[in-house]
Design a protein around this ligand. Structure first.
Ligand code: CA
Ligand code: CA
Ligand code: CA
Length: 327
């Protein structure tokens, strides 16, 4: 009986509360929204213009609340306070930006330091360290913050010749640190991690054509940071000569002795970016730093770049058959 009595009370209470306000008079022209022209609603038996001017579909029960709620909120300080608190809570739910005061990445502070478009054959091609050589997953782009302050990478895009393949999330890149974006990685495998760099996986495989193509880095505002067209080259990365501060790209092996095929996340000589590439006392000594270990001065000529290279994503697979250990 207690349950039934409670149920009856809950059933009739809303009707009791609502009925007096909505009961039409004898000369009422309407009983619901359906009885009124477009743009009006039924209020106390008469069709009235909508105060908000909208003409959307609103259920009859909700119409009175639309007109009454704002005045109640305005007259009730507690209600206003509650609304403010909700806004704050909502703001707290938004992702916080880790470096809101940092300058945004642009062509003056960010450089495309290394690109692996043609993945070497066999185990030597496992650039992402997942234990598998994959002609798409092991491709990578290495970007370095060449400035002396942290920069905001959020929204920076990496493209091949025609499509955006990766857009940086909210991310801050420290001075002389690198961001390496791999084309992919085996499920469950960990991305490479080490001093002076952070690793990412492309949203969609880069599919940089082996025989020649184009890598484009674009700032969040759409300005160009790098636009690098490469041609036919050995199966190894193309690296700035010299790291960070060079203005031409050469095959990675030309920078090291014994030659190495790529160096995602580090200087070409394998040293961490923050300490190994740049010698403030001797800005041109990066190659010297490399030769300190190898005791060799390699004067080999840079690879010529084929400006007429074909820009075709689809050629990547075809190029696979052409890959050879040319090194
Ligand atoms: Ca791999
Ligand atoms: Ca490729
Ligand atoms: Ca490198």
């Amino acid at each position: 009986m207690t349950y039934r009595a409670t149920a009856n009370l809950l059933f009739f209470l809303p009707i009791t509360l609502i009925a007096p306000a909505c009961q039409p008079t004898m000369d009422s022209e309407c009983q619901s929204l359906r009885d009124c022209p477009d743009g009006q609603f039924c209020r106390l038996g008469e069709c009235a213009d909508r105060s908000d001017g909208s003409s959307g579909d609103i259920s009859p029960l909700s119409v009175p609340d639309v007109g009454e709620a704002p005045s109640e909120l305005a007259a009730n300080p507690d209600a206003a306070t509650f609304a403010d608190a909700s806004d704050e809570e909502f703001a707290d739910d938004k992702p916080s930006h880790p470096c809101p005061e940092a300058p945004v990445a642009d062509r003056h502070n960010l450089v495309l330091n290394e690109l692996l478009a043609k993945v070497p054959m066999g185990p030597d091609g496992d650039a992402n360290g997942d234990g598998v050589r994959h002609f798409h997953d092991d491709e990578f782009v290495e970007l370095v913050n060449k400035s002396d302050e942290t920069i905001d990478m959020t929204g920076v895009e990496i493209r091949n010749d025609s499509h955006v393949r990766f857009t940086f999330p909210s991310f801050c890149l420290k001075p002389l640190h690198a961001a390496v974006v791999f084309g992919g990685i085996e499920p469950g495998a960990d991305l490479p991690d080490g001093e002076g760099y952070d690793s990412f996986v492309a949203d969609t495989r880069f599919a940089y054509a082996d025989g020649g193509g184009r890598a484009v880095i674009t700032a969040a505002n759409g300005d160009s940071i790098a636009d690098f067209t490469y041609g036919s080259h050995p199966a190894q990365s193309l690296n700035l000569d010299r790291d960070i501060h060079g203005d031409t790209y050469v095959s990675h092996g030309e920078l090291t002795d014994p030659q190495t095929l790529f160096s995602p996340g580090t200087c070409a000589n394998g040293a961490p970016f923050p300490t190994g590439c740049v010698d403030d006392e001797s800005p041109d000594s990066q190659s010297d730093a490399a030769s300190d270990e190898s005791d060799e001065s390699d004067e080999s000529e840079p690879n010529e770049e084929d400006e007429d290279a074909e820009d075709s994503d689809d050629s990547a697979e075809n190029d696979e058959s052409d890959e050879a250990n040319t090194t």
